[in-house]
Design a protein around this ligand. Structure first.
Ligand SMILES: [Zn+2]
Length: 96
């Protein structure tokens, strides 16, 4: 949370107009910009699924969208880290 290049925001998509996203410019190698954009449609999902999605996206940011230990697939790595935080992927939720 101390990283000035990390940000969390809620998407402002307007049908027919698009959306905007402001984020800091990337820093030196190894300190790229990370931004978790939460979609408003999460409010229509089950609470468990919304929590999982948010944890999964935070895991991507934490891992800088990279592997985690021996887990090289970035999606599996995000899922595994989110699971250690207590947010397991709900059944039949597809990929994010
Ligand atoms: Zn993902």
């Amino acid at each position: 949370m101390e990283d000035p290049r990390f940000r969390v925001t809620i998407d402002n998509f307007v049908p027919g107009q698009g959306w905007t996203l402001w984020m800091p410019t990337p820093g030196p190698i190894g300190s790229g910009t990370r931004c978790v954009v939460l979609r408003t449609k999460l409010s229509h999902c089950s609470e468990a699924f919304a929590h999982y999605v948010i944890a999964h996206e935070f895991a991507h940011a934490f891992l800088r969208n990279g592997p985690w230990g021996e887990i090289l697939d970035v999606e599996e790595a995000a899922d595994a880290l989110a699971a250690t935080w207590g947010f397991l992927r709900p059944p039949a939720s597809g990929s994010l």
